[in-house]
Design a binder for this molecule. Structure first.
Ligand code: NAD
Ligand code: TDX
Length: 343
């Protein structure tokens, strides 16, 4: 089967391509990626000539590019997106263009091409924020709170509406926070590993007690493939690791793994509208698809820290480019205004 993957040069996409080419001889991949700041050809450079892989540089919101990419494909895994909440607070427009309009354009192209499956990679953030107890299930009402999560909720509901209205074979996945190799160092775990390595402050938002439910990217990729293989059209599948941690706990784990002092922790002004807690109930996906996460959190984080230490050139190149302007915009004032006592 030939599968169109969108956003394959990003974090989850690169891990998806690597997994499929190594382990799924029955699948060929066409990767449509616009190579935004988050799309890095270096993530897949060694696979460029693989016989079951083809790369197309293009924008999912471009009708012609989307139609050309999906031609000859039997299935789609759509994960191209603007993915960083902080950037969506700085400027929502690109999130609407790529995540909402891009999804509609791709859905139409895939409908025209008559694909037999369309997996839309959504996120647990569409459910909004939880209090101290409870879990998101697939029937939890959507209540997105950032421009990012609102744009993902729009994409998610569009896919389900195409199933309801047109009988289009869309399936939606909603996964919790991923970590692992190739994650762009704007996100919490790679940002804190790379900053700590350089003895730079770790800017922890608010009181550092917000909770995220972490899953290794490899387990997410296996979940996406289970949905592609066995998911039912029109259904939603939650994917989560069951590893709830406060951001402060994550920070302490990273510092311990690197042997760095707690004095690097710097509490800074909170993210606007910061969701307090996410936690996924993945009972349906486990029961119906026979999927379960396999990577122990402690071991997964230790391996991820090692990966960043062994791939310095990869992230040093990113952090020395346009990323520096982003970092100054996002953190410059926050860090200058942070209390002198960093603990
Ligand atoms: P990422 O930002 O690392 O990668 C996004 C990729 O999409 C990049 O390669 C980028 O070039 C590409 N892209 C962006 N705009 C495009 C466009 N208009 N046309 C074509 N390509 C475009 O993101 P990620 O963390 O790998 O996330 C992938 C998907 O998974 C996203 O849809 C995200 O919402 C979802 N998701 C992520 C997480 C997580 O923790 N990272 C959790 C749940 C769901
Ligand atoms: O500098 C930081 N300081 C900080 O305290 C950053 C970048 C983050 N944080 C906090 C905010 C969150 O509570 O850490 C937590 C995780 O932040 P991110 O890594 O930005 O992830 P999050 O906002 O939870 O969203 C992620 O998971 C769901 C992905 O970026 C999304 O694409 C996915 O949908």
């Amino acid at each position: 089967m030939r599968v169109l993957l969108t956003g394959g040069c990003g974090f989850i996409g690169a891990n998806f391509v690597r997994h499929v080419l190594a382990q799924r001889e029955d699948l060929e991949l066409v990767n449509l990626d616009a190579l935004t700041y988050a799309g890095n050809p270096a993530n897949l450079a060694d696979l460029a000539d693989h016989p079951r892989y083809r790369f197309i540089k293009g924008d999912v919101a471009d009708r012609v590019a989307a139609a050309e990419a999906v031609r000859g494909c039997q299935a789609v895994v759509h994960m191209a997106a603007e993915s960083h909440v902080d950037r969506s607070i700085e400027g929502p427009a690109e999130f609407i263009r790529t995540n909402v309009v891009g999804t509609q354009v791709l859905l139409d192209a895939a409908r025209d091409a008559g694909v037999s499956r369309f997996v839309l990679v959504s996120t647990d953030e569409v459910y909004g924020s939880l209090g101290p107890t409870g879990y998101f299930t697939e029937t939890t009402p959507l209540a997105p709170s950032s421009p990012y999560s609102a744009s993902k909720a729009a994409a998610d509901l569009l896919a389900l509406a195409y199933h309801h209205t047109f009988g289009f074979p869309a399936i939606v996945t909603r996964c919790s926070n991923n970590y692992g190799p190739y994650q762009f160092p704007e996100k919490l775990i790679p940002l804190f590993i790379t900053n700590a390595d350089a003895n730079r402050p770790l800017p922890l938002y608010g009181d550092g007690r917000n909770v995220r439910d972490w899953i290794h990217v490899e387990d997410h990729v296996r979940g996406l493939l289970a949905v592609l293989d066995r998911g039912r059209p029109g259904e939603v599948y939650n994917i989560g690791g069951g590893n709830e941690r406060t951001n402060l706990e994550i920070t302490q784990t990273i510092l311990a793994a690197l042997g760095k002092p707690a004095s690097l922790i710097t509490f800074v002004a909170d993210r606007l509208g910061h969701d307090r807690r996410y936690a996924i109930d993945a009972t349906k996906t486990r029961g119906e698809l026979g999927w379960r996460p396999t990577i122990d959190f402690k071991e997964g984080v230790a391996a991820t820290v090692r990966w960043y230490l062994e791939h310095r050139t990869w992230w040093e190149e990113i952090k020395s480019g346009a990323y520096r302007d982003y970092y100054e915009r996002m953190y410059g004032d926050r860090l200058r205004r942070a209390p002198a006592d960093r603990t």
